[in-house]
Design a protein around this ligand. Structure first.
Ligand SMILES: C[S@@+](CC[C@H](N)C(=O)[O-])C[C@H]1O[C@@H](n2cnc3c(N)ncnc32)[C@H](O)[C@@H]1O
Length: 494
């Protein structure tokens, strides 16, 4: 690949770490332009791929700016910012003037430059956003530019990579898509140990309080009788022994109705069965945070179900839960450690066999088949590997998370937190490659042996640009099959 001449040119908008770049370069594409406004990622892109990205894409204001600054290209890629369309965000969509409007910038560049193909990526919720209107509007606008368009969603685990991360892909072509087929999904098992490295130099140890919470839930699992099916609902230990009202009225409702007495003299108990025979301020500290928010006069059905299920579970299992409570005193811990989600139904209950994640909703325990979806993690949410997976309990390293995105060979931000964040925003390069290799058929002549290459993506990128220069200087005759006239690249006619 290093010495073969490129067969098509691409631009990488909202480039981030360069997941699209890694994928298309592996199909013998040449990156000719990128845009990324985050300074660390902008500089890193130059290090990894030899291209200095444009910064704020909005500075490409007029058609003339685009015509002048963005080189002609065959393929446009864009993972345009997803927060406005994400379930986790405010769902403002196109109405988000800062980020939601960036699709229009992609549209404008397509209109002015008319590349023959594009691949756009976003969160899967974009397909359902605004009752499907957002998706329809995107497709209509792309059709108006005479692109054929197809949309599908894929996750890396469907390509043998141990990460569940569903993403929507819009592909487009000016030559029709009647012969285009989406890649076949792999249905075999995946295993997180396939991306783990033995020789990690750990930069960060797990805080004591987190290890303590892991030990506590490990002991909970150990004590649970093998004959008992573990609950599939989240375990909220603060509901063990609680009897405060939650069906017909709620603690905030009682505090409004009885401002002086509150829950006193009602014969009910707070979290972990604590007495509520105290002033209202004290009562508020003894009711779980999920049940004490001001003006929360009616709990949603799912919350009522979780409270009821946890209280029943406790009553049915007191003989082994009470000694566990006495030993661990979970009420002394942060409330997120008082909750646990068991996502490993049917497995032997040894906590060190699993992948763990500390979330606001509790300690999540999941099978080691896949990692939790990489998101722009806070440090505390980085997946923790049980000791039986790696020899000791530890966080997944940025390098291992890069493998989950098929970006194993590129340089990452030096700060761990920035590396995790960038990886959480990146597109999986292997998924893009699988989509692109069919989409780009007929665009040039990506040789089939290269396409079938099982080698890891993303190797040796720092020197990619110089290798391309070498290839040209060796006189590799480069013809772009899309164009009949000579192509001007980097000031040279090739
Ligand atoms: C969803 S991420 C795409 C990541 C990329 N596909 C990758 O593989 O890493 C969106 C990226 O767009 C960048 N971005 C957001 N607004 C931008 C703007 N106005 N101009 C340039 N880049 C922008 C963000 O910094 C972020 O890195």
């Amino acid at each position: 690949m290093a010495t073969a001449a490129p067969t098509f040119e691409f631009v990488d908008l909202f480039a981030g770490l360069g997941g699209f770049h890694v994928a298309l370069e592996s199909l013998r594409g040449e990156g000719v332009f990128a845009a990324e406004w985050e300074p660390t990622l902008n500089a890193l892109y130059k290090t990894n791929f030899g291209i200095q990205p444009w910064s704020d894409i909005n500075d490409l204001d007029t058609d003339g700016d685009i015509e002048r600054e963005v080189p002609d290209h065959d393929v446009l890629t864009a993972g345009f910012p997803c927060q406005p369309f994400s379930k986790a965000g405010d769902q403002m969509g196109f109405a988000d003037t800062q980020q939601g409007s960036l699709f229009f910038k992609v549209y404008q560049i397509l209109r002015v430059k008319r590349p023959r193909r594009f691949i756009l990526e976003n969160v899967p919720n974009i397909l359902k956003h605004d009752g499907g209107r957002t998706k329809r509007k995107i497709i209509e606008m792309l059709h108006s530019l005479e692109y054929s368009v197809k949309v599908e969603h894929f996750s890396p685990h469907e390509f043998g990579i141990p990460q569940v991360r569903d993403r929507a892909y819009f592909v487009g072509s000016l030559d029709g898509l009647s012969r285009f087929e989406w890649p076949t999904k792999h249905s075999g098992p995946t295993d997180i140990t396939s991306v783990l490295r033995r020789d990690t130099s750990l930069t960060r140890s797990i805080p004591e309080r987190t290890l303590h919470a892991i030990d506590m839930w490990g002991d909970f699992l150990r004590r649970s009788p093998a004959s008992l099916k573990m609950p599939s609902f989240p375990i909220w230990s603060m509901e063990f022994g609680a009897t405060y009202p939650y069906e017909d009225e709620t603690p905030p409702g009682v505090w409004d109705r009885r401002p002086v007495w509150g829950l006193r003299q009602m014969g009910v108990k707070g979290s972990f069965g604590q007495s509520l025979e105290c002033a209202v301020d004290g009562q508020k500290e003894r009711i779980p945070s999920h049940a004490s928010r001001d003006s929360d006069y009616q709990f949603p059905r799912w919350k009522r179900a979780f409270i009821r299920q946890n209280r029943e579970f406790y009553q049915d299992n007191r003989p082994w839960i009470d000694p566990w409570l006495d030993q661990w005193k979970p009420w002394e811990m942060h409330s997120s450690f008082q909750k646990m989600e068991w996502n490993a139904q049917g497995e032997a209950r040894n906590i060190d066999n699993f992948v763990l994640q500390v979330r606001a909703s509790g300690l999540r325990i999941k099978r080691p088949t896949t990692s939790p979806s990489l998101i722009a993690f806070t440090q505390t949410q980085v997946p923790i590997l049980g000791a039986n997976l790696t020899g000791e309990r530890r966080y997944m390293t940025p390098a291992e998370c890069a493998e989950l995105q098929s970006l194993g060979g590129i340089s990452l931000p030096t700060s761990d937190i920035e590396a995790y964040k960038a990886l959480g925003n990146a597109v999986n390069a292997r998924v893009v490659k699988a989509i692109a290799e069919r989409l780009l058929e007929g665009l040039g002549n990506p040789d089939s042996s290269r396409i079938a290459d099982p080698e890891p993506l993303g190797t040796k990128h720092a020197s990619a640009a110089s290798k391309r220069t070498d290839a040209r200087e060796e006189g590799a005759s480069r013809t772009n099959p899309l164009r009949t006239e000579p192509v001007l690249v980097a000031g040279r006619s090739v």
